[in-house]
Design a protein around this ligand. Sequence first.
Ligand code: FES
Length: 273
Amino acid sequence: MFAIREKLRLSENVFRLVLEAPHVATSHKPGQFVVIQLDDEFGERIPLSVADVDRAEGTITLIVQVVGKTSRMLCSLSVGEGVAHVLGPLGHPTHIEKRGRVVCVGGGIGAAPVFPIARAFKETGAEVISIIGARSRELVIMEKELSSVSDKLIVCTDDGSYGRKALVTEPLKELCEQGGVDEVVAIGPPIMMKFCAETTRPYAIPTVVSLNTIMVDGTGMCGGCRVRVGDEVKFVCVDGPEFDGHLVDFDLMFKRLGAYKDIEKEKDHQCRL
Ligand code: FES
């Protein structure tokens, strides 16, 4: 069993879990994810991004949003309880190379996987500007962590209850206009990643997006994470989770996501009955 060491409710539906998983903690690299299986009987596997690791403690930090049956069950566990399996680290790590200036954008719980990436770029000596966005103040996460590895942190909220009242694309566009941005990494809701990519496209700034939110079970077999990237069909859990944001066919992805949302709603409904 992989025990929960710490649990903190960050907002109504978002929890921070610190989980014992030494095999992941020692080898995880920014950009990689894990797959959790709650128990052997209830076999659903859910892929989750890793927000941080503590190699000395052998723990990983997960930011989990309750979106369906399994994430609800995971977040209902208490400290000391645990999950049956933590598979990983999985997926290709972020390509980190020395850059002059990198902008890291995290929308909603996307701020969690952005943190280790921003830190890794900072460790190469890059200037890191981070932008985090949320609907309102209570949904802003990872502010302290990202602030500690960024030369500048811009917080945006949709309703203006904290930081700047703006979508993350506004400050991103301003930074693009100022010039000198060598790379953008954007992780968050698919619609946000699409518009981040559209924002940087006219400036030809390399833009990496992480499509981890569209994975279903992370096995490479269900086909649920199929995306078109340029002329190729890719599987997020096998070929990603990160891709060139300028090549991802987001519109096709949105159609597929719509179909899965209905299935997830149905499962969640059954879980509550
Ligand atoms: Fe099932 Fe990738 S999540 S194939």
